[in-house]
Design a protein. Sequence first.
Length: 190
Amino acid sequence: MNKNKIIHIKSTRDLFTLPDRMNKIFINEVKADGYTCQFTFARGKTEQTPMVKLELQCFSQEGINLYFRPCTVDPGRSQVFTSYHDNGQIRRMSTKEYYSFGGTLSRMRSQDRIKIRIGIKTIENNKPSPKTTNVTRYQDHVAYLLLIMDVLLEFYGFNTYENRWLNYLAKQKAKEEAVNILINGIIQLV
């Protein structure tokens, strides 16, 4: 089922009949960040399909060899994944490769240089941690955020949307490449 199905709405009548036509309802939320626009819908509860319970005896060695390609996948610290296949083949994607797809690291370094130049890095590093059970420390965190909020909102304003959009695209590309390496063992060069 495609979760990104296009909903054609050409009039308010279409909007009001949406629950009957597509089991969806517009919940009066529109988000825009200068690059994208998101309309939020909710859908009604769908009927549950009965669960099929498979057991080990449901599978034969011939069926496994015909329909499946067994492998083990191990996430690690320096590797996003390492997979071991039955023919002795090892496939992996390093964390550095994952973040290199699409230039995420270079954009992050560039933004860090700007943060250091205008003093945002120091402000963010001095922020008290919200991870505490001490009420006074949490109040200090909230008070500091209120104090620096204008500076952070100014820095993370409209100028950072392009980086956020490009990082989103890079993340999608990295996921596609990771799946391609896991399944096919090759990197698609675009």
